[in-house]
Design a protein. Structure first.
Length: 259
């Protein structure tokens, strides 16, 4: 597979370019969303402690090919045609959760919102921990809707009270993140210290705008609290961050102590 790891490297660099400060301009939260309260039963508990893109080209290619092969063989199940998987834009991450090591592979899905994705979480021994698919699209009254599958089984459809954004609008939000500068890194690290992981995520992509809440919506209700004995990382949450790609995955990872 000849896909460059540039996608992941840009994500890592982007982690150092998001301003989360008391003086940042914020927008009102969508109806029913309290930006001051972290989603302790979904975002925080399912979020990684640390996350970084895989930088070794051979390992990147191996991981993406493994997902491709498993989908084609039926080991991994998806309702989406294999031709809709954008393997060339995959994001591969190394994840740490309470001392355990995981690898995640997120494949963007073509056709609907660029946030749509298929994500696999692998244990340290290479076995599949869990996997999830989230299809983001325009639902009722021009709002975001999400269809979600967990481990190949349909799970739920959620209608969010957040205005749907076109591809161009999403890319515009990504661009806002990319335009931030290097000195902003310290600000996000300092803000992270208060433990408001969800609030930190809400600033990602839209810098306090709606995409942060869409991410939280993908986690809430789709990820049960992980078993303390297994320290599982929820694929639906990881996919929601990683689907942002160069525009926001690195920024989201900064909320979880990118190393």
């Amino acid at each position: 597979m000849k896909k460059s790891i540039k996608h992941g490297l840009v994500s890592a660099l982007t982690a150092m370019t998001v301003l989360v400060s008391a003086g940042a301009v914020t927008q009102a939260a969508p109806q029913g969303v309290d930006p001051t309260e972290p989603c302790t039963d979904c975002v925080q508990e399912n979020a990684p402690d640390r996350a970084r893109p895989v930088t070794d080209q051979n390992e990147y290619d191996r991981a993406v090919s493994a997902v491709n092969d498993s989908l084609r063989s039926g080991q991994l199940k998806s309702p989406t045609d294999i031709n809709q998987f954008d393997f060339d834009k995959a994001t591969v991450l190394e994840i740490e959760k309470e001392g355990d090591q995981f690898q995640t592979v997120t494949i963007p899905l073509k056709g609907n919102s660029p946030l749509s994705n298929f994500t696999v979480v692998y244990n340290h021994d290479g076995s599949v921990s869990n996997y999830a698919e989230s299809q983001f699209y325009e639902g009722q009254d021009g709002k975001f809707a999400i269809d979600q599958w967990s481990n190949g089984e349909y799970q739920q459809t959620k209608n969010l009270d957040i205005d749907y954004m076109s591809d161009d609008e999403v890319e515009s939000e990504f661009a806002k993140v990319r335009e931030q500068s290097e000195p902003m890194a310290q600000a996000i690290r300092e803000e992270r210290g208060v433990g408001k992981v969800a609030a930190c995520l809400a600033t990602v992509a839209g810098i306090g705008g709606p995409l942060g809440y869409v991410i939280a919506g993908a986690c809430a209700g789709s990820c049960v609290s992980p078993d303390p004995a297994t320290k599982t990382v929820c694929a639906a949450c990881i996919g929601a961050y990683a689907a942002l790609g160069a525009g926001g995955m690195g920024a989201a990872a900064a909320c979880f102590q990118l190393w």
